[in-house]
Ligand binder design. Structure first.
Ligand code: ATP
Ligand code: MG
Length: 515
């Protein structure tokens, strides 16, 4: 014992020393040169499942599974010869221990040596790191998905701009084509392909958690209830659909269309897992994910959640692949049957909504996916449904279009002019402010959210309003990149038009913003 440790008196009695060893949270095991166990404390009993009396006098090998056991045999010998600490496994890489019942667990091992009555003894301190390994693996998985997401998100964003140009120009051509049937057919085909492209970028944005969200206060019971007959039709007669709704379910603020997509994706996966039929159960509930749960699950914020569970009685998911199912393009389905995007999109949407997603599967019995969405502060769950078909709204007000991409700007201007409006343009925030100073007649500022020259659409709007307080604002963006949602992004009353857009949506949003 060092000088500083004599607070218990000049000598710690043997009894005291033993009590200290017995209270330590880590397993403390002492062995001699031959690897024979001399001391085995209470925590060691707890971790390995043996009583001290069962192991004292036996080789430490019984606590070490292969292949570590063979490696360990040579450790002590080599250590005595070389005196280099690493050979006895100090700071060892991945090490595993084996319990009395044969189960294995990852452990941290620190070894030190001391001499007593001329004999070398080794003290091993063992810590069970199962929990830590589990959290690390989860974190790694989450980071991997995020990295793939970022890459895809960037690509999809640029594609959205290109598609906006393509769709817009085709629409303008379509109007000039008049009654030319051949032209109309070509244009329709091109438009169809462009829209499919837009659909694909939407999926990619979803998995990259950067799709524009149109969040509303949603009653999940009602939304899922409305899908009941759709699900029955989609899943076919051999699959029974059961629904168990929790009464007085809290409201949550999410994008209802994306939740419908998520439910559909999970239901389709369930159908594919039940080729001979079975049962799909959808359950809702109010859930509290507490600190303990958050500690076990790397990316969960403790709090109150609305839980939506979707279970099937299908094949289940083999343990070897369950860690990969959320990866984009991971699929076990035949070419043409699955793209492997369903779960990654769903996961991306849930994460982007501030939620949490979990899977539990039992091969041959079935699978349960649980989605958790944060409870909304607004408790009135009235899902408002969007307006339907109407003649395309138009007007004659003056609109300032601010967009840094020249091609997008050009087609947007053409589309807006076609609706009857007066249009002014600018390529960035500072240029837009110059136009605003010259033109007090501007009724609406239609601006891209993310722009160069150090001024976002939001900053531009704030600055512009000091000149023209009554001017309205409509934002557009290809993605959210978090900037648009939680962190200082758009507020509820602010209107966003997602790219790529067609002229119907543009016309509607312009009127919505102007009125
Ligand atoms: N309910 C389930 N039961 C069994 N396996 C499932 C279930 N859900 C997902 N899986 C497995 O996870 C994989 C990935 O699912 P995901 O929805 O991401 O892609 P996919 O269904 O293969 O293709 P896509 O959804 O793009 O059409 C599936 O191929 C399947 O192996
Ligand atoms: Mg799928």
């Amino acid at each position: 014992m060092g000088e500083g440790n004599n607070f218990l008196g000049d000598k710690i009695s043997e009894a005291t020393a033993l009590r200290i060893i017995e209270t330590i949270d880590d397993a403390v095991i002492t062995i001699d040169r031959g690897g024979i166990i001399k001391l085995f404390n209470e925590s060691a009993r707890h971790i390995f499942g043996y009583d001290a009396s069962e192991v004292i006098g036996r080789s430490v090998n019984i606590l070490i599974p292969e292949p570590y056991r063979s490696a360990h045999d040579g450790y002590i010998e080599r250590y005595m010869a070389s005196r280099e600490p690493h050979v006895i496994g100090i700071g060892a890489r991945d090490l595993e221990g084996v319990r009395k019942d044969g189960s294995r667990f990852p452990m941290d091992l620190a070894v030190s040596e001391f001499t007593m009555a001329g004999e070398s003894l080794f003290v091993g301190v063992v810590r069970d790191i199962t929990r830590r390994k589990h959290t690390e693996a989860q974190l790694l998985q989450a980071q991997k998905l995020e990295a793939v997401g970022q890459l895809t998100g960037g690509l999809a964003h640029d594609f959205n701009n290109l598609l906006t140009v393509v769709i817009g120009n085709l629409q303008l051509m379509g109007r000039r084509a008049g009654n030319d049937a051949w032209m109309k057919q070509r244009i329709d085909a091109a438009q169809h392909a462009a829209r499919r492209g837009a659909e694909l970028t939407r999926q990619l944005l979803a998995l990259s958690r950067s799709q524009p969200l149109s969040e509303q206060v949603v009653d999940v019971n009602q939304l899922v209830g409305d899908m009941h007959s759709l699900l029955e039709r989609t899943l076919g007669e051999t699959i029974e659909v059961g629904i168990q709704f929790a009464p007085s379910l809290h409201a949550t603020k999410i994008d209802p269309a994306l939740l419908e997509n998520a439910v559909l994706n999970l239901a389709l996966n369930a159908r594919d897992a039940m080729p001979d039929g079975g049962r799909l159960t959808i359950e809702t509930g109010n859930a509290v994910l507490d600190e303990a749960y958050a500690a076990r699950n790397a990316d969960v914020a403790p709090g109150r959640y609305v839980m939506l569970a979707i279970s099937d009685t299908g094949t289940g998911i083999p343990a070897e692949i369950i860690g990969r199912i959320f990866e984009p393009f991971f699929t076990t389905k035949e070419v043409g049957k699955g793209s492997g995007l369903g779960l990654s999109m769903t996961y991306g949407f849930v994460k982007q909504s501030g939620g949490h997603m979990q899977v539990y599967s039992e091969p041959d019995f079935g699978t349960t996916f649980r989605l958790y969405f944060p409870v909304s502060a607004e408790m009135t769950a009235e899902a408002r449904h969007a307006v339907t078909e109407q003649p395309r709204p138009h007007g004659d007000e003056t609109i300032l279009v601010v967009e840094d991409d020249a091609e997008v700007r050009e087609v947007t201007v053409a589309m807006i002019e076609a609706l009857g409006y007066q249009v002014l343009t600018a390529g960035d925030g500072p240029a837009a402010l110059a136009v605003i100073r010259e033109h007090p007649e501007i009724d609406l500022l239609f601006t891209d959210f993310v722009m160069p020259k150090g001024m976002t659409g939001k900053q531009l709007a704030a600055e512009a309003k000091t000149h023209l307080p009554s001017m309205r604002v409509l934002y557009t963006s290809g993605y959210t990149r978090n900037s648009m949602t939680r962190k200082g992004g758009l507020e509820d009353h602010e209107i966003l038009l997602s790219k790529p857009y067609d002229d119907d949506t543009l016309a509607t949003k312009l009127r919505e913003a102007l009125e």
